[in-house]
Design a protein around this ligand. Structure first.
Ligand SMILES: Nc1nc2c(c(=O)[nH]1)N[C@H]1C(S)=C(S)[C@@H](COP(=O)(O)O)O[C@H]1N2
Ligand SMILES: [Mo]
Length: 446
């Protein structure tokens, strides 16, 4: 394996700038993550000799020799609150607002802590949130969904009406088009939570949009687009092509086995698989059928990409193939040399993930990672690969390939086509640098 120190000398690796977080926040993020890795290793210690910290012998370990109170007295009765909560030892795992983003009143973002979630499903309480005008807990008995425009029979549904219709349950990722947007501007946010945490994945339950459009008798000749409109004060309206609307879009009322959370659009949201998050209109109240795109404010001012020739790329709907190593990742610290399970997530808005390669030397050599099942279309896929850290500097990267054969690009390949003035739609390879101290930092490898 080639050493990465020459990459350093060439100035091709950019360290996360200091002062992006204030010292108290850095302490909070890194202390929590250190604790997490230490705990994780202790827990895994009994399973196999995976880390040199797992001792073969345990003489004098009071955790074994002294019977703990939970082994010799009565435990708690059923939980006093009907809705279960995580262990108090997991309270560091929180959605967080990025310290680097300015919050404009209720227009805000909270990021999913990808470094501390497992498998592919995001627990509902950790699903990222993006509100343009704050969230509401809407009374479902008063909520209505209207279908109008180029339809024979304009319709209005109550929630009860919708829940009587044929339903489907499907697992899909949702990613905000601005996810990883800070990296365009050369700002290295410190953790995977803030680089990639506008990403979540749930099993959604609802009614296919095609079912509703058929019921309304949409104009098959001129009905080329639909407009989805939300009931909050942000006037969130997004155009979706009829082709995609009829393919796999759904109006969903449930996520991960329970009704939607208020912050994620309760009681009804659009699920637009593979399409950027903004089109997943929350608190969905109206669908209009039309013959051309509407060009609403969120389609002409926001979610567009300023290209090198000065023109804007508009209506970029698909989230291209992307992946990221979630552990080890920025802000974590490796405790010792030896074996580590390197794990991460891969996804594509065009279908299934075909392969994920991982590099430990900044992209010179690649090894194919193990994909965990299920591997589903437009859904997160979990990958794992074993790695033995020799204690020297290393740069970890993952590169995903989807069923179309598309290969996740390097940041410089993306910049060559897209320039440097974009905010949205950055699907470049992410690099994590491991220092000899074991500290993991966000770097860019060109
Ligand atoms: N009505 C409405 N829908 C909305 C938004 C909003 O502010 N209002 N935000 C959009 C954006 S930009 C994103 S990325 C997703 C975020 O969904 P989540 O909050 O469930 O993660 O919802 C989209 N739908
Ligand atoms: Mo978004």
């Amino acid at each position: 394996m080639a050493s990465t120190s020459d990459l350093d000398k060439a100035g091709s690796i950019r360290r996360a700038p200091e002062g992006f977080l204030d010292p108290a926040q850095i302490a909070e993020v890194t202390a929590g993550r250190r604790g997490f890795l230490r705990n994780a290793l202790l827990m895994a210690g009994g399973a196999a000799a995976i880390a040199s910290t797992a001792r073969a012998e345990s003489s004098g370990d009071s955790n074994i020799l002294e019977l703990p109170v939970h082994s010799k007295s009565l435990g708690q009765p059923v939980a006093a609150t009907g809705y279960g909560q995580p262990s108090k030892y997991e309270r560091n795992l929180q959605r967080r607002e990025s310290p680097g983003l300015t919050r404009v009143s209720a227009a805000s973002v909270s990021f999913t802590p990808l470094q501390g979630t497992f498998g592919i499903i995001t627990p509902n309480g950790l699903h990222f949130e993006r509100h343009h005008q704050g969230w509401w807990d809407i009374d479902p008995s008063k909520h209505r969904l209207m279908i109008n425009g180029l339809v024979k029979n304009p319709l209005v549904f109550t929630m009860d009406d919708l829940m009587r219709l044929p339903s489907v349950s499907r697992m899909h990722f949702i990613e905000c088009g601005a996810n990883t947007g800070m990296e365009w501007g050369n700002v290295a946010v410190p953790t995977v939570q803030y680089t990639h945490g506008m990403l979540s994945c749930c099993e959604f339950t609802g009614v296919l949009l095609s079912t509703l459009l058929d019921m309304a008798g949409f104009d098959k000749k001129n009905g080329k687009f639909i407009l989805a409109e939300g009931a909050d004060g942000s006037s969130m309206t997004r155009t979706i092509s009829m082709e995609r609307a009829l393919d796999d879009c759904m109006v969903a009322y449930a996520m991960n086995g329970e009704m939607l959370r208020p912050e994620n659009g309760y009681p009804l949201r659009m699920v637009a698989p593979g399409i950027q998050g903004v089109s997943w209109v929350k608190w969905l109240r109206r669908i209009e059928v039309g013959d051309q795109p509407w060009g609403t404010k969120d389609e002409v001012i926001h979610y567009i990409d300023l290209m090198p020739d000065g023109r804007h790329r508009q209506y970029t709907s698909i989230q291209e193939c992307k992946s990221v190593i979630t552990s080890p990742s920025g802000g974590q610290t490796l405790l010792d040399k030896g074996f580590y399970n390197v794990t991460g997530l891969a996804w594509s808005g065009r279908g299934k993930v075909k392969r994920v390669d991982v590099s430990f030397d900044g992209g010179r050599n690649w090894q194919t990672a193990r994909l965990e099942s299920p591997i589903q279309s437009k859904c997160l896929t979990r990958f794992n690969i074993g790695w033995k850290w020799d204690g020297g500097p290393a740069v970890l990267q993952s590169r995903a390939i989807d069923v179309t054969g598309y290969v996740q690009p390097k940041i410089n390949q993306l910049r060559a086509v897209r320039g440097t003035r974009s905010i949205y739609h950055n699907n470049a390879i992410q690099s994590w640098k491991i220092a000899e101290s074991g500290e993991v930092a966000n770097v860019q490898v060109y």
